[in-house]
Write a protein that binds this ligand. Sequence first.
Ligand code: TRP
Ligand code: SF4
Length: 404
Amino acid sequence: MSSVISDQRVLSGMRPTGSLHLGHYHGVLKNWVELQHEFECFFFVADWHALTTHYEDPRVIEESVWDMVIDWLAAGVNPGAVTLFIQSRVPEHAELHLLLSMMTPLGWLERVPSYKDQQEQLKEKDLATYGFLGYPLLQSADILMYRAGRVPVGADQVAHVELTREVARRFNHMYGKEPGFEQLVDQAIGKMGKKNAKLYRNLLRKFQEQGDDEALQTAHALVSAQQNIALVDKDRLHGFIEGSGKVILPEPQALLTAASKMPGLDGRKMSKSYFNTIKMREAPDDVNSKIRTMPTDPARARRTDPGDPEKCPVWQWHLVYTDAGVHDWIQEGCKSAGIGCVDCKKPLIEAVQAELEPIRQRASQYIADPDLVKSIIADGNEKARDAARQTLEEVRESMGLAYR
Ligand code: TRP
Ligand code: SF4
């Protein structure tokens, strides 16, 4: 756990497999933009993850990497506040994945639900590979590498965070034990200084005697805030609070991203394979024509036929984009045939355009300056590597690989 307050760290990744659309924007990116104000965020391009399913035709990956980063920036992800990087440019992820693979029971990976599900769903691809089986563990390495306590993911990824917790627990149990632990803890407490040492022991007692969870959190924070103690000693002090050995890899929590309320143009889930998307950088004319041709309640074949918003994807979009006044106007006008579908779509088109305009503008600045995008990522890669190296050093040491 070292100097990182793991609870304050967020990590998430996205696969570069095509351009991003409004589903990504509403489902993921708006959430990232909010998190960046509150936490120390690491967001990365999961190009190795994409290779696990696109290894036969990796071209789409290389075509999508930079555009995806531009889409993130265009959405308002602030490169001054968060660390943006590319997974394969931080090769430490591969080493941690390898080391974790030594102690991860095969059954844990075979039991991850996405393993069989995806093999079923993507029948056209041969996913009976070593890499595909191991990819949830690669994800564990991504998370544990940064000791991230919070991992924003969709429901389909929660099992991967759960696996990560189990791997971390097993790792700490196996490698966090050391001879003379209690004595080493005593020495570490001594290094905190009299006042903090006393505070630490009091908080610990409070937690042990009264199960006071706040005392536990405060004790962790106290340890994290120490300036003059070595990382290993901090790990011992964190572990001692938990009643375990050293906490080398803290267990993360999934931050479940609410399912996107943003359906596709046809009312099904927005997905490029359904051809029902509006891209984040869709040209204004195409936005107009795509919304104008959206299907509506089939009962409204003629302008004079009344309809029901509940049976209409346009209404679902209004729920995302327009306010209660517009909603009342639609409910009334649709059911009484007082308004036509063309009228109904007008404020929607305006709202979508108003949302996309600043996104397009920000994107165009970055498109015009590819060097800027590359330097943002180069900086992020370096920052990520610094953090990654610290973790790996401790991992190697605790696994007995520190000989020179
Ligand atoms: N596996 C995720 C996906 O397919 C992407 C991902 C990779 C990720 N590593 C991660 C997400 C770590 C969160 C944390 O969407
Ligand atoms: Fe859909 Fe609006 Fe037409 Fe009603 S009026 S069917 S809600 S587009």
